[in-house]
Design a protein around this ligand. Structure first.
Ligand SMILES: Nc1ncnc2c1ncn2[C@@H]1O[C@H](COP(=O)(O)OP(=O)(O)O)[C@@H](O)[C@H]1O
Ligand SMILES: [Mg+2]
Length: 613
C-alpha cells in the first residue's frame, strides 16, 4: 500500500482538481443512496399495516441539545407525522405513490452523481498514463547509450507497451474504485450506526477479519505478476530479434530452432499467467463467501434483537438496515478486487521505474565551462571498458585543428570505441579527453556535441521527408541551405528526381533508398551542421564500388578545411591522411604518415599487403 500511495503522490498532483470533483460527487451519491432507500421504512410500515407509533406533531430540531439520538428521534417523528397525516387525508395508496416518486427522484440524482464521479475520473486516468509514457520516452532519449547495451530493446518496448498498459488497466481502472468504495463504505457504515449501533458493532468485528484474509492472497500476486511481466519482456525481445534476423534465420534454415526457443519461453510465460489468473480469480469467490457469512450472522443477530422484548430496532428499520448492509458488500468486494489489481499494476510499475529511475551518469557538470575548438583535441592516457575487459588501454593521441587523423586496425580493436568517447556517448574510465585543454566532462554535453558531426557505417534516417532528414540537427534551416548541403553531398540529383523533391517522404528508415543514397543523405546532414570536428566511422564500407565513388567524393568535399577523424576499412581511402594510427587490442601500436608506416614494415604494411592481394 505504501508503494501505491507513493505512486499517487508522484503522478496524481496535476489532476488534483479532478480528484476533488470525483470525491465530491461520490460523497453526494453515497448520501443520496442512504436517503433514497430510507423510503423503505415507511413503505413497509404502510404495506404491513404496522401500527404507526404515536406522533407528537412536527418537532423542531433543538440545536442546543443536539445529539445523534435526538436527531434520529426528531427525524423519525416528523416523518411519521407526515405519513400519519397524509394517510388520514388521502389514503395509504397515495402515500405509496409519494414514496415511490421520492425513490425515483432521489435515484435520478444519485445515479447522476455516480456518473459525474466517473466523468471526472477519466481525465485523471488517461492523463497519468500519458505522463508515464512521455516520461519513459524522454528518459530513453536522455539515458546514455551504455544503458541500452545492458537492457535489450524488446524488453524496453515491452515496458513501454505492456507494462504501461498494465499500469493503466490495473491501477488506473482501480483508482476510481479506490476512492469511491471507501467513501461509500464509510457513509453506509455511518448510516447503519445511525439505525442501530448494536448491530453495527457486530459488523465492525467482522470486517477486519475478512480484510486480513483477503490481504494474504493479494501479497503473493504481486510477486508472480512481476515474474510474468519479466517473461513478457523476454518474449518481446525474442520477437524483435526474430524480426531483425529473418533473413539470416531463413538462410541458415534455423526456423525450427527459433520456433522452439520461442515456444519454450512462451510456455513459461503461460504457466506464470495461469498461476496469476487463478490467484486473481480467487478474490471473487472469497469475498462472496465472506460476505454471505457476514450477512447470515447479522441476520441471526438482528432477528434475535427484534424478537426480544424492548427491541432497540423494529422490523422495517431492520430491512432498511439490511438493504444498506447489502449495499456495502459490493463496494467491499470491488475494493478487494482493486487491491489485487493494484498489486499486479505495482509489479509493472516497478519495471517501468527501472527505466524512469535509471541514473544517467553522462550529465552536465554543475558549473559547466565554455568549450571551443581552436587548437587541438587530446586523448590523454585514456582507458575504457564496457564490462570486465579493458577495450582501450592508455590511448594517447593529439588531433590538431585542420588535420585528418585516420584510425586503422582489425575489427574489434577499439576504433569505434575511441571515437565514441569524444561526443561522450560513453565516458572514459581513466585519463581524460580535452578540447583546447578543457576536459570534455567539464563542459555541457550539448556544447561538446555541437562541435561534432558524425557519419557512421549505417546511415540513420527517420521516417520523414528528405528536407527534415537533412535539416535534422539544425534549427530553422532554410531550403537554400538544405539544397546547398544536398549538392555538396551528391544527393541533389536523386532527391529532385523523386515526385515531391525535398518534400518526399523517405519511408521507414529510408528503406526506399539505396545504401549509397542513404549515406549521402547522412553526409548532407553533416554538411548542413557544418561542425568543426568530423567523425567518419567506416562511412563507406557498406557500399558497393559505384556508390562508394560518389560518397567518397562527397566525403572529400566535407572534409575540406575541417578536422577529421576517419576510420576506414579500405586503406586506399586514408592514404592522404596527415596521421595514420594503427589500433591493436586497444592500443595505438604505430603512428605516422602512409610512407613512414610503410617503411616501418610493421602492422600497417602487413594490413596493406593483405588488402592489395
Ligand atoms: N556496446 C558494447 N558493449 C560491450 N562491448 C562492446 C560494445 N561495443 C563494443 N564492444 C567490444 O569492444 C571491443 C572494441 O569494439 P569496437 O570499438 O567496436 O571495435 P572496432 O570499431 O575497432 O571494430 C570489441 O571487443 C567489442 O566486442
Ligand atoms: Mg567499429
Amino acid at each position: 500500500m505504501r508503494d501505491f500511495l507513493r505512486l499517487l503522490r508522484r503522478f496524481v498532483p496535476p489532476y488534483k482538481k479532478y480528484l476533488g470533483l470525483n470525491i465530491l460527487m461520490t460523497v453526494l451519491s453515497g448520501l443520496l443512496t442512504l436517503v433514497s432507500f430510507g423510503a423503505i421504512v415507511p413503505i413497509l410500515n404502510v404495506l404491513f399495516k404496522i401500527e404507526t407509533p404515536e406522533t407528537h406533531g412536527y418537532m423542531p430540531l433543538n440545536w442546543d441539545t443536539f445529539s445523534i439520538d435526538s436527531f434520529k428521534e426528531v427525524l423519525q417523528n416528523n416523518l411519521n407525522t407526515f405519513i400519519v397525516d397524509a394517510t388520514q387525508a388521502h389514503g395509504a395508496t397515495y402515500i405509496l405513490i409519494i414514496l415511490g416518486l421520492f425513490l425515483i427522484i432521489t435515484t435520478i440524482f444519485r445515479t447522476a452523481a455516480m456518473y459525474f464521479a466517473l466523468y471526472f475520473m477519466i481525465p485523471l486516468r488517461t492523463g497519468v498514463v500519458r505522463d508515464i509514457r512521455n516520461k519513459i520516452n524522454d528518459k530513453i532519449i536522455s539515458l546514455p547509450l551504455a544503458f541500452f547495451s545492458e537492457e535489450r530493446k524488446g524488453d524496453i518496448l515491452a515496458r513501454i507497451s505492456g507494462d504501461v498498459n498494465e499500469v493503466e488497466n490495473s491501477i488506473m481502472s482501480s483508482l476510481d474504485m479506490l476512492f469511491k468504495d471507501p467513501i461509500y463504505i464509510i457513509l453506509y457504515l455511518m448510516g447503519m450506526l445511525l439505525i442501530s449501533w448494536q448491530l453495527t458493532l457486530f459488523v465492525f468485528v467482522m470486517l477486519p477479519i475478512a480484510g486480513y484474509i483477503m490481504g494474504q492472497i493479494g501479497k503473493k500476486l504481486k510477486r508472480k505478476s512481476f515474474e510474468g511481466q519479466q517473461q513478457w519482456g523476454g518474449l518481446m525481445s525474442q520477437i524483435e530479434e526474430t524480426l531483425g534476423g529473418l533473413r539470416i534465420i531463413k538462410a541458415f534454415n534455423a526456423e525450427r530452432k527459433i520456433e522452439e526457443r520461442f515456444h519454450k519461453i512462451n510456455e513459461q510465460f503461460r504457466q506464470t499467467t495461469v498461476r496469476i489468473f487463478r490467484r486473481q480469480q480467487l478474490a471473487h469467490p472469497m469475498s462472496e463467501l465472506l460476505g454471505t457469512v457476514t450477512v447470515a450472522i447479522v441476520l441471526w443477530y438482528g432477528g434475535t434483537l427484534i424478537l426480544s422484548e424492548n427491541s432497540p430496532i423494529d422490523a422495517p428499520s431492520f430491512m432498511y438496515y439490511l438493504t444498506i448492509f447489502y449495499m456495502i458488500i459490493n463496494p467491499a468486494k470491488d475494493l478487494s478486487k482493486s487491491v489485487y489489481s493494484i498489486q499486479k499494476g505495482l509489479a509493472s510499475m516497478e519495471r517501468v521505474d527501472k527505466i524512469l529511475m535509471a541514473e544517467s551518469n553522462i550529465t552536465d557538470p554543475t558549473h559547466p565551462k565554455p568549450i571551443q575548438f581552436n587548437e587541438q583535441v587530446d586523448y590523454n592516457d585514456v582507458w575504457f571498458k564496457y564490462k570486465e575487459n579493458w577495450v582501450l588501454k592508455g590511448v594517447n593521441l593529439t588531433i590538431s585543428k585542420g588535420k585528418t587523423v585516420a584510425l586503422v586496425g582489425q575489427s574489434g580493436s577499439g576504433k569505434s570505441t575511441m571515437v565514441d568517447l569524444l561526443p561522450r556517448f560513453y565516458d572514459v574510465e581513466k585519463g581524460n579527453i580535452t578540447i583546447d585543454g578543457t576536459d570534455i566532462r567539464a563542459a555541457k554535453v550539448h556544447d561538446v556535441r555541437q562541435l561534432m558531426g558524425i557519419v557512421n557505417q549505417e546511415a540513420i534516417l527517420f521516417n520523414d521527408t528528405f528536407f527534415n532528414n537533412i535539416a535534422f540537427g539544425v534549427a530553422n534551416a532554410t531550403m537554400e541551405d538544405v539544397v546547398a548541403a544536398a549538392k555538396v553531398a551528391n544527393a541533389y540529383e536523386f532527391i529532385i528526381a523523386t515526385d515531391d523533391g525535398f518534400g518526399t517522404n523517405i519511408g521507414d528508415r529510408g528503406c526506399k533508398l539505396s545504401g549509397g543514397q542513404r549515406q549521402r543523405l547522412s553526409i548532407a546532414r553533416a554538411v548542413l551542421k557544418n561542425p568543426p570536428i568530423l567523425i567518419l566511422d567506416e562511412a563507406t564500407s557498406a557500399l558497393d564500388t559505384e556508390s562508394e565513388r560518389l560518397v567518397q567524393d562527397a566525403l572529400e568535399k566535407l572534409m575540406q578545411n575541417r578536422t577529421t577523424i576517419i576510420i576506414a576499412h579500405r586503406l586506399s581511402t586514408i592514404r592522404n591522411a596527415d596521421l595514420i594510427c594503427v589500433v591493436h587490442e586497444g592500443e595505438i601500436v604505430e603512428r605516422g604518415t602512409h610512407d613512414e608506416l610503410m617503411t616501418l614494415n610493421g602492422y600497417y604494411s602487413r594490413l596493406c599487403a593483405m588488402q592489395s592481394v
